[in-house]
Structures are given as structure tokens and as C-alpha cells.
Write a protein that binds this ligand. Structure first.
Ligand SMILES: [Zn+2]
Length: 164
């Protein structure tokens, strides 16, 4: 399980602070509520902290809110690349990566529509084409705070809107 945490500092600062970031330490396992034993720092592309439950064996990791789970590029950059392409047909990233992101994003259109309907009472016309829905959604995400929306989406559906 991943807990998305907003460190409320810029990416650069986060990477400078590394293990000295103010990591939240979940005291109990979110699955079985037993005590979480060990915490370790894992420098992947970013530093994250993982805890493993001794009772049920599941892991809990803290992911900074400026990232999508399992994506290397920052969340705002990925959203910006998709926005530029959908709104202006501009490619600020090479094609293969961009299409990969767009594919993930469009797979989650139904989830995003449900999310905006449930949470913000924004309705997206059912009849629009896939690409028009994607364009409308990326505008809504871009005009708001993408990091906050992503965290809310994750809390709502327990997965990210770029997940398969
Ligand atoms: Zn547990």
C-alpha cells in the first residue's frame, strides 16, 4: 500500500534533504492494525520510506505527492506534457513516452469522470469522443492543483489515475 504524502516543499529541496526529510511514520499497519516494525529508506529515483508489518507481511510506503506511483518523472511534468499535446498538439517529450502517458491517462477516463462527478459535481457529457473527454479532463486537472487532485483520486479509489 502506498500513502501519498505532501511534504509541502519543492522537489529540489526534497532531493537535497534526502533521508532528512520530515517523513511521516505510520505507527500501525493500515491492513491489520498491528504495530509496524521496521522502517527503511529506499533510494530509488527518489528517497521513499517503507515499513513492513510483522503480522501480515504487507508493506506500507510513503510516496511524495509530486510523483505518481511507479513513475519517474514528476507528476506536474507528466500532466503538462499531456496538456500541451491534447490542447495544442505540441510535443515537449519524445513520442513514445508521451503516448505511453496518454494511453495510461485515457484508460482512466471512466474513473476520472466518476471522480469529478462524485467529488466536484462536475459532469462531463457522456457522448463526447474519448479524445474530447481526455482534453476536457486534462483542462480540469491543469486549472486546479494536479498534485492535490491526484492525492484525492488516490484516496478515493485507492489507485492513481495513471494506473493500469
Ligand atoms: Zn499488517
Amino acid at each position: 500500500m502506498q500513502i501519498i504524502h505532501d511534504f509541502k516543499i519543492p522537489v529540489k529541496k526534497y532531493s537535497e534533504l534526502s533521508q532528512n526529510n520530515n517523513f511521516p511514520h505510520p505507527e500501525e499497519c493500515p491492513h491489520c492494525h498491528d504495530q509496524l516494525k521496521k522502517h527503511g529508506f529506499y533510494p530509488r529515483y527518489v528517497i521513499t520510506i517503507d515499513g513492513k508489518c510483522q503480522h501480515c507481511g504487507r508493506t506500507v510506503s510513503i510516496l511524495p505527492a509530486f510523483l505518481f506511483p511507479r513513475f519517474q518523472r514528476s507528476l506536474n511534468y507528466i500532466v503538462c506534457c499531456m496538456k500541451e499535446y491534447l490542447l495544442q498538439k505540441k510535443m515537449i517529450l519524445y513520442k513514445r513516452a508521451l503516448y505511453f502517458y496518454l494511453h495510461r491517462f485515457t484508460c482512466n477516463i471512466p474513473g476520472l469522470i466518476a471522480f469529478f462527478r462524485d467529488k466536484y459535481h462536475s459532469l462531463i457529457p457522456f457522448k463526447l469522443s474519448r479524445i474530447k473527454k481526455a482534453t476536457k479532463l486534462i483542462k480540469m486537472i491543469w486549472s486546479s492543483d494536479a498534485q492535490i487532485l491526484s492525492k484525492e483520486y488516490q484516496d478515493h479509489f485507492n489507485q492513481c489515475f495513471m494506473a493500469l
